[in-house]
Structures are given as C-alpha cells and as structure tokens.
Design a protein around this ligand. Structure first.
Ligand code: FAD
Length: 469
C-alpha cells in the first residue's frame, strides 16, 4: 500500500469508528485531533509551531524544559554565549500558542496499537494518547562502542555537556596556574584535544585556540596561556569532510594560523583520566597527556528508534536511524511521523535544516489530513548550504555552487544564526555577546560553578616539591 492509500485507509478507519455509535466513538468524534510531539529540538519545535493554526490539540513532551540551539553549544562551552542565549524555555516560546501544551518527561514507551506514549519524570509516569504522533527525539553522542570514553571526553549534545566542558576548559587554566605556583608539572593541564574534524570539532578547536592566544593571555600571572597545545584529531584525510576539499584546506590553514595542531588519518584508541592514545597512520601509537578531551566525533539516533523499530518492524541503519516512507511516516503507521536526526535517508544529513523542514512537513501533512485535503508530494529536502566558523572573522560557507571564506563567510554565518536563533529576546543578547567576544578579546560568560567539571580534572599527584601558599 502506498502512503496516500494507507492514509486514506487510516482516515476511513477513523470514520468507521465514529459511525458505529459507541460512547468512546462519539467522544472521539466530538474532540479535536490530538497530536503528540516527542522532543523540543529543531524538529519538535518547528512541527509544533507549524500546527499553531490547525484545528488540533498539540502536546509536546520533552526531557528538558528548554529548546537547545545545538550548533552554538560550543560557544557556551568557550564562554562566548550564555545558556539563555541558546536554550530558551520551551514553555515561554510556546506561551502564545493556545493549542499547544508542554509536558516535561522522558518518553520510554510508545504503544503503536493503543496509540499511547508513556513518559516519566522523577518516578511519575504519564500516558498520553494521540491520533497523530511526531517523533523528534534526535540523536545522542556516539563513542563508536567505547562508551567508557564518555566520562573522560564529554561530548556536546546538551546544555549540561556545554557547561561541563566550560568548567573543564576554564578550570584547566586555573589548576595550571596553581601547579605553576607550586613548581609542579602542568603541561597536561594546558593540552586540549578535540576529537572530530567536522564543523563542531573545527569550531571548538578554533575557539579554544582563540581563548589561549587572545582572551586569557593577560589574566594569569604564572602561566603563559599562549603556550597551550590544542590538537584536532580525525581519522579522515581532510577537515570538514562534508564540505568541498578546498574549504577543508582553507579551514585547516586558518586553524594552523591560530596554532592548532591538526592530526588527520589518526584514530583514537584509548581515552582515560590522564590523556588520550592515538593510533597514527603508520600503525604506531602516541600517548598525549591531556586533562581536557572533547568528543565531537559521532552521533547515534535516540534509543526511541529501537522502540519504534521493535513495534513496527521498521529498519534501522548502523547509526540507529529509522527508514521511513517518502512522506516521513513509519512503515505501516501513517499516523506516526519520524523527523530530524532520527531519519535514515541518503539525501538527509544530520543537520538543523533537515529537522526544521521535516518537522514542518509532518505538521502540514497532519493539518491537511484533518482538513480532508489531499496529501503533499513526498518530502524533498531543500539544501540551504553549510557553514562553519573557524575563528574570529573566519568562516567557510557552501551555498549551492557558491563558496565563501574569510570575513564574507563569517558575516554570512552571523546573519544566518541571528535569523534562526530561537526566541526574539535572545537575539539582541547573543549579538551583544558576539560583539564583546569578536570585536574585543573578552569572553563574557566564564562563570564556572562547583557542579561543573573542575572536580573531574586530573591534578598532579602531590609531590614533596609542593609548597604552601
Ligand atoms: C554540537 C553540535 C553542533 C551542531 N552544529 C550544526 C551546525 O552548525 N549546523 C547544522 O545545521 N546542524 C548542526 N548540528 C546538528 C543539529 O543540531 C541537529 O541536526 C538538530 O538538532 C536535529 O534536530 P532534532 O529535532 O532531530 O533533534 P534535537 O535537536 O537533538 O532534539 C531532540 C529533542 O528530543 C528530546 N528527547 C530526546 N529523547 C527523548 C525522550 N526519550 N523523551 C523525551 N524527549 C526526548 C531532547 O531533549 C530534545 O529536546 C549540530 C549538532 C551538535 C550536537
């Protein structure tokens, strides 16, 4: 059955149910169509807002109280932006949308037969019934089977991750200053290793290098922060493999000018408290003593994809993403849409625009069905281009056949992020923070609390040379 005929069958079934005349059926006919959206990321939020004029009741269930603008998490970690700039409260964003309500909870069960979603928060569980379901639970960090690396090399998927990294990065300089004052070895505290040469790794390495070379130089008395090492490691043979090779080379040269050591064709084989072990192209191993390791190397779909696959028989790819119908519905379930990072389709990269466009598509399809309109043509992704910021006034951008680098690329990056940053109040605040960081040398958001990563950084073992004061 193709998706149009299956959709017709789905609505015909609903119609039959409402004409048989049981109390439950009459109840179904009286109430509005219920849409449950799982996730408040790009897919979930854009799907919900696209339903604002539809004759439906939307319940968004997400495990955080906020939306996260993930592409800018590295700027929270490196002190450029505040948490509020990139993570507005979902409840606030949706406060004017009368047909939407927000529920905090982690969904761990979806019953496709009963059309219910079960979520939990602090031991309480909640069952929500749906007529249409949009699953937008995104992806998690992948350590490619080495989950033990996670505690030594945090990834960057959430606000907690970004704040933990902020604590580790700024904390490392503090500890190095103390060790230097005691005459102890501190090189490992000033060695930062970023794993992953995609946009996130490139942006992160560039910003850590700028911190060490520009921002912090005048702030310490015992250490010269410019002596810090920043390494960027990737198994690929070029940086930014999803971009044209020329842009990868430009990014490489810009990072090298900032002092970043680029290690390509290099595999991470071990990570622990004290450092990282690299396997070089010739098969030899190198141990790098480093307190701060940052993982920006891979993602895998939310575990909810396994729940859906088990219930429906849908196929998953190696990253756990679901193969969906051309209209983004789950095979055999025209009432269930999967959007964003959870979809497996060769033409759909794991980027924000895919989540935004698939979320909107699912919402429009539901609205059309409620209004008994024919379906849209199958989903087609409109590629708006890719960009990555390398450093201050340095970015690479690829938009259809055009390539931009340097200041022009950077201005495009700035404009695009201002347009897409969620929440009107955040935009002036982010612009102010960018002015302070990029025009000046400051980093306005350097606050580190005790809960953040400082305690997890390895300090040198106490030695007899240590002195008081
Ligand atoms: C560090 C980083 C940098 C990036 N940079 C870029 C970039 O420069 N450009 C670009 O286009 N893309 C970038 N991306 C990718 C982009 O952010 C993702 O493709 C996009 O966020 C996917 O949207 P999504 O809605 O599918 O998932 P997400 O945005 O991840 O949202 C998933 C939502 O589901 C919720 N959730 C998950 N599991 C459950 C559950 N069981 N129950 C309830 N709620 C749940 C989460 O809390 C979250 O609200 C970056 C990603 C990262 C991590």
């Amino acid at each position: 059955m193709n998706s149009w005929t299956s959709n017709v069958a789905y609505f015909a079934t609903r119609h039959r149910r409402t004409t048989t005349g049981t109390t439950a059926d009459i109840d179904t006919a009286m109430r509005r169509h219920r849409v449950v959206v799982i996730g408040s990321g790009f897919g979930g939020l854009y799907a919900t807002t696209a339903l604002r004029r539809a004759d439906v009741d939307v319940t968004m269930i997400a495990k955080t109280t906020h939306h996260v603008f993930q592409p800018l998490l590295y700027q929270v970690a490196t002190g450029i932006l505040s948490v509020g700039d990139v993570a507005p409260a979902t409840r606030d964003v949706l406060s004017r949308q009368r047909n939407a309500r927000v529920l905090l909870g982690e969904v761990n069960a979806i019953d496709l037969a009963a059309r219910t979603v079960t979520s939990h928060v602090q031991g309480r569980s909640k069952v929500a019934s749906y007529d249409s379901l949009i699953v937008a639970a995104g992806a998690e960090q992948s350590y490619f089977g080495h989950d033990a690396f996670a505690s030594f090399a945090p990834g960057m998927k959430s606000i907690d991750d970004a704040l933990e990294l902020r604590g580790r990065i700024f904390g490392a300089f503090e500890l190095a200053e103390l060790e230097a004052a005691h005459g102890n070895e501190f090189a490992h505290l000033l060695t930062f290793v970023v794993v992953g040469g995609g946009p996130t790794g490139v942006e992160m390495a560039g910003q850590v290098a700028e911190l060490t070379r520009r921002t912090l130089r005048r702030d310490f008395r015992m250490i010269d922060t410019a002596q810090a090492r920043v390494l960027l490691v990737d198994v690929a043979h070029q940086l930014l493999p999803s971009f044209e090779p020329r842009l990868g080379q430009k990014a490489r040269r810009a990072l090298e000018r900032l002092g970043v050591e680029i290690r390509l064709r290099t595999t991470v084989v071990d990570v622990d408290h004290a450092g990282i072990v690299l396997q070089l192209e010739d098969g030899t191993h190198e141990h790098i003593a480093s307190a701060t390791k940052i993982w920006a190397a891979g993602v895998q779909a939310s575990p909810l994809s396994h729940v859906l696959a088990k219930e429906s028989g849908a196929l998953l790819d190696r990253a756990g993403r679901i193969e969906v119908n051309p209209d983004l519905t789950l095979p055999g379930h025209p009432e269930v849409f999967v959007v964003g990072d959870m979809i497996s389709r060769p033409d759909l990269p794991g980027v924000a625009q895919v989540a935004i466009q698939t979320g909107k598509f699912a919402a429009h399809e539901i609205e059309r069905r409620v209004r008994r309109r024919p379906p849209q043509p199958p989903f087609r992704y409109r590629d708006l281009g890719s960009m990555a910021i390398v450093g201050r006034f340095q970015a690479v951008a690829e938009i259809s056949s055009m390539r931009f680098t340097g200041v022009v690329g950077w201005l495009m990056w700035l404009g695009l992020h201002l347009v897409y940053l969620t929440g009107h109040r955040n935009k002036p605040s982010a612009l102010l923070h960018w002015t302070v960081s990029f025009l000046g040398r400051g980093r306005p958001e350097r606050t580190v609390t005790e809960h953040q990563g400082l305690a997890r950084l390895p300090v040198a073992t106490p030695s007899p040379t240590r002195t008081q004061g």
